[in-house]
Design a protein around this ligand. Structure first.
Ligand code: ZN
Length: 356
């Protein structure tokens, strides 16, 4: 894509900044406003519970610059967070205040790029900013789509987002409408929640990830590995096997899910498949013994196969989706770990790395 749909308005040193915002801020059932949540997420990300003095040094000006919220809103958000015992002021000097996150938080989180809060988006030739709720939903989708197993897509529903992000269903519906209009996310027609799970598949605009280019590359010194060469090799092998076993299980369960859906739509398909399966040994025996029933059985099988095909077309069933290969991430080895020439595939190395 040549023209970016979203602008990164932050100062250069912050263009690549992001925070890990837990889905749950505070105790179960505790609620904070979206602005308070945005600030809490930033403080949470900069507070290392293992280090006593770690904190988020900030000021009203800075919070205004980062989140695009006015001073009174910043003040209200901070007092709300202090009142609920989620953050506390641990230090202050002339340049600002040190805030520490001290509340509970959920274990799942989204990666929220800081620039989303102040970026300009264009809808119907008008520039505007995303609301905090829209940032939240978009970040959730970005984080999900980034996971290797999701292949750039996110499957979700209003209900699921409501449960996860504690936003009202009306807010979520409106946010999705805006995000679609702004071309930040896409939805293909056939995916419009048509299946009975009411899940919709969204794609995330890749331009949104451009902030990653600004991320500071930290040089991490690799700890010296004290394991012996043999142990390292064995661990790597076990790791590899675990990855492919997990991929296989995942593909299997997706095939099974689709198969059950097909059967519930058209139970006759299941009957036919069982009939064909039961016939196979009979046909083999009839052929081997040169029985006169052989051509009759073959003809019967052919008719069953035809009937199944007709039903598949009528119910719009995809034969491809009934195959594991449809769900594989690696087109070279179909997630089996082995290439057609028998050599081991290395996709587990880079597919796994993306996950981190
Ligand atoms: Zn592979």
């Amino acid at each position: 894509m040549s023209v970016s749909v979203i602008s990164n308005n932050l100062p250069k040193e912050k263009k690549g900044a992001f925070s890990r915002v837990p889905h749950r801020i505070g105790k179960k059932g505790q609620r904070v406003t979206p602005s308070a949540r945005a600030i809490a997420g930033r403080v949470f990300g900069l507070t290392d519970p293992k280090k006593e003095n770690s904190a988020c040094w900030t000021s009203y000006d800075q919070l205004h610059e980062e989140f695009g919220i006015a001073r009174p809103t910043v003040a209200a958000a901070l007092s709300q967070l202090k009142e609920k015992e989620l953050i506390r002021k641990s230090d202050r000097d002339r340049s600002g205040t040190a805030l520490q996150y001290i509340g509970e938080a959920g274990r799942t989180y989204d990666i929220v790029p800081l620039y989303l809060y102040t970026a300009d988006i264009t809808i119907a030739e008008k520039k505007r900013r995303l609301t905090k709720a829209q940032v939240l939903i978009l970040s959730y989708m970005m984080t999900q789509a980034k996971r290797p197993k999701n292949d750039g897509k996110v499957e979700t529903s209003i209900k699921r987002l409501h449960k996860l992000l504690a936003l009202s269903e009306t807010t979520i519906k409106k946010a999705i409408r805006i995000l679609l209009k702004a071309k930040l996310i896409f939805r293909s027609k056939e995916d419009k929640g048509a299946n009975k799970y009411k899940l919709t598949t969204f794609h995330v605009n890749r331009d949104l990830y451009e902030y990653e280019k600004f991320r500071k590359k930290k040089k991490v010194k690799q700890p010296t590995d004290t394991r012996s060469q043999a142990t390292i090799a064995a661990d790597a092998r076990a790791d590899r096997e675990r990855y492919y076993a997990q991929r296989r299980a995942e593909m299997e369960s997706r095939v099974e899910k689709y198969r059950l859906k097909v059967y519930s739509m058209a139970p006759r398909i299941r009957e036919i498949e069982e009939e064909i399966q039961a016939m196979a040994p009979k046909i083999a025996r009839a052929e081997f013994d040169k029985l006169p029933t052989y051509p009759i059985l073959v003809e019967k099988e052919r008719r069953l196969v035809e009937e199944r095909l007709t039903l598949m077309k009528r119910f719009n069933v995809s034969e491809e989706k009934l195959k594991q290969s449809y769900y594989s991430l690696c087109k070279d080895c179909q997630d089996t770990g082995y290439l057609p020439n028998g050599k081991p595939c290395t996709c587990h190395l880079h597919l796994r790395r993306q996950d981190k």
